[in-house]
Design a protein. Structure first.
Length: 238
């Protein structure tokens, strides 16, 4: 992937190292067009290609996408099965291009609940891109932050010795990555919905009205510009 100078898009050097996106509104996007909900999820998947490439091109270090939460199992079975099919299609279709672009894929979440074919696709994607040094692309599947923290805490307890905060952060699915600098939620809702809560402790939050399929590259760049203009003090004074 050819690199794009941030300045050419009106961005400063104050880019976030790690961006999280809560990809909300696919179903409502479809409903507004009198389409089945799975068509909204497909439109969201198509939007991913440009968003990932732009993030890689301008030099964002890590991009974490909330794709399927631990609460999403409450949805109709037909919608869940359609989502599973899209996951398989995405990994099969995009993997080679992502690998050639130096993208390193990591899936965040408990994979044991997924069908075997999804597990195989995820394992293949992670293995193939494990040594890539470009954009760290994290896809949250069957993910919930509270469950993640509990899993990490139990792992540390099993060690049988006191743990420091850095030990806890290292034991999370995102171990080795920087904390989130920016979280964007599409679709107009204004909550984090159990997404990377510890990692987002000092993140800047932005809530945009567009449904995820309509979250354009230009709108993403606007969010990055707004991030660059914010004064992040981390508890310090001006």
């Amino acid at each position: 992937m050819a690199k794009t100078a941030p300045a050419s898009l009106g961005l400063t050097d104050a880019l976030p190292r790690h961006v999280g996106i809560i990809m909300d509104g696919n179903g409502r996007w479809a409903k507004a067009r009198s389409l089945p909900r799975p068509m909204g999820h497909r439109a969201g998947m198509e939007r991913l290609r440009g968003l990932i490439q732009l993030s890689s091109d301008i030099g964002i270090g890590a991009l974490s996408l909330y794709a399927f939460s631990t609460e999403n199992w409450k949805r109709p079975q037909s919608e869940i099965e359609a989502l599973f099919g899209l996951f398989i299609e995405y990994f099969n279709r995009e993997l080679d291009a992502l690998h050639e672009g130096g993208v390193c894929i990591r899936v965040l979440g408990d994979m044991e609940a997924f069908p075997a074919n999804i597990g195989r696709a995820i394992s293949a994607a992670q293995s193939k891109t494990a040594n890539n040094e470009g954009l760290k692309l994290n896809i949250a599947l069957n993910y919930g932050s509270r469950a993640e923290v509990l899993r990490a805490a139990n792992a540390l307890i099993a060690r049988g010795q006191p743990a420091a905060m850095e030990d806890l952060m290292a034991a999370l699915y995102t171990g080795g990555l920087p904390d989130l600098d920016l979280v964007i939620r599409t679709g107009g809702e204004q909550r984090l919905s159990n997404f990377l809560l510890l990692q987002a402790a000092y993140a800047e939050l932005m809530f945009v009205p567009e449904y995820f399929p309509d979250f354009s590259d230009a709108r993403f760049v606007e969010c990055l510009r707004a991030f660059g203009a914010r004064n992040r003090r981390f508890g310090d004074v001006e």
